[in-house]
Design a binder for this molecule. Sequence first.
Ligand code: SF4
Ligand code: SF4
Length: 220
Amino acid sequence: MIIQQTSCKQCGICCTKGGPALHGADIDLLRQGSIPRKNLITIRKGEFAYNPVAEMVQATQSEIVKLKGSGGDWTCCYYDPESQGCSIYDNRPLACVILQCWNPDATLALVEKDLLSRLDIVSGDKFLVKLITEYELACPLPDCEKLSIDLQNNSESMIANLEDLVNRDLQFRNNVVAGSDTVLDEEMFLFGRPLFQIVQSFGLLVSQYENRLRLKMKKL
Ligand code: SF4
Ligand code: SF4
């Protein structure tokens, strides 16, 4: 006999599949310091991510700020494997509060709705607003959908342009991180993943030669 699940078994499996995105209702958790910015990561608008509504990886339509994973893993940084529980249970984000793995309707209804952006979170902090704005101007995210198609043609000029952008992205980060411990702690929130990490998912190999990152297509 199949027993239908009707409540949370507190197995913690949902917490191992990635930290939740943050929504408008979560802003006080950030303002009160229950969730510090160093525990956040930004997925920039247009970056590839899994969309549970479409059930596929696709370019995001909006910027998504979410809780970081732990170490090199997707598991939410607030998941405690020993107790299989949430270490910020009373202050967990909305997406965790409404999650019912046996009935995903509420979760699916929240996908890409009322998302908090970096500028929502740092509003009032002129230095960080300026920093994020300058970063987006200096190091825009390339069109990931176009890139994934065009790179199949292995165009040398396209890879050279992308190499310039990857190096500019790294240089910008190094410059600002060197001048501020806060920026160092919050780099993944302020700027998202470095471009040299993102391009590797498009089949590009990254190597370093004389202080410059080099890109080339992986051989099939
Ligand atoms: S919502 Fe589901 S996956 Fe998450 S802890 Fe509860 S039973 Fe486990
Ligand atoms: S905040 Fe807590 S409930 Fe939400 S994914 Fe992380 S560990 Fe799980």
